[in-house]
Design a protein around this ligand. Structure first.
Ligand code: C5P
Length: 233
């Protein structure tokens, strides 16, 4: 990685340029919460999140969701297609939790009648504000047909992952996706990991995700490793 050009460094990943249309996604051990107010480095976290992300991306690709992943590289990185990231966080919720409960004063853990798709504007300085579909379109952040495709993929991903995790006695509570565009085609980008999803044990409702860190309720590596064991990666 040392001789590659660093294109971007985020809170949990680094993106290096490998070729004009290819990047290396490197998963760091850094963990942050509350828009970077709480931060630490936890040895082994990057390796686990890379493993879970590539596992899910392969599964989704097989089921017809185009992802930016090209191939695995090593413990902490994979090779990906260079895409133009759409500046939206796409959040899908199956159960009430997190900011949804805070925003609406609702108890945590209620199953929603239908999955909800929400959007946030990716902007750390503004604190990633929630944005509705009409504002996304009127600000011309994406074309309507692209937004429709994103919503279709987000819900299809929900069906695939919820069903798979259900078979492992894990509830997919909610998660965040990012999408990118290359040559006019929409790709699932970024990651799918316990950093970006809420996973609850179906029997105990115990968190196997970053809430363990956000809420200081145990050892992050223990819980992420338990998730790995449970999904048999
Ligand atoms: O905090 P909130 O309840 O809105 O988060 C919903 C889901 O999106 C959670 O699974 C959380 O981990 C994920 N998320 C994320 N990155 C953000 C905001 C939320 O991965 N910047």
């Amino acid at each position: 990685m040392k001789n590659l050009n660093l294109l971007y460094e985020g809170k949990a990943k680094k993106i290096y340029e490998k070729a004009p249309d290819e990047v290396v996604i490197y998963f760091k051990d850094d963990v942050t919460a509350f828009n970077g107010e709480k931060k630490d480095s936890i040895i082994g976290k990057g390796r686990i999140n890379k493993k879970i992300t590539t596992f899910f991306f392969e599964m989704l690709e097989e089921k017809g969701i185009p992802t930016h992943m090209i191939s695995d590289i090593d413990e902490n990185s994979f090779l990906a297609k260079k895409v133009k990231i759409i500046p939206l966080e796409v959040i899908v919720r199956n159960y009430t939790a997190g900011s949804f409960c805070r925003r609406y004063g609702i108890e945590k853990g209620i199953k929603l009648e239908k999955p909800i798709v929400e959007y946030s504007l990716k902007d750390d300085d503004l604190g990633d504000p929630m944005i509705c579909r009409n504002v996304v379109l009127s600000l011309k952040l994406v074309e309507e047909k692209v937004l429709n495709k994103i919503e279709y993929y987000a819900l299809k991903i929900n069906d695939i992952l919820s069903q798979f995790l259900e078979s492992k006695n894990i509830i997919l509570v909610d998660y965040k996706l990012e999408f990118g565009i290359s040559n006019g085609k929409v790709y699932l980008a970024d990651e799918i990991s316990p950093d970006t999803c809420r996973f609850w044990d179906k029997e105990t409702m115990e968190s196997l995700d970053k809430d363990v860190y956000r809420e200081d309720k145990g050892d992050l590596i223990d819980k992420y490793s338990e998730f790995l064991r449970r999904v048999e990666i």
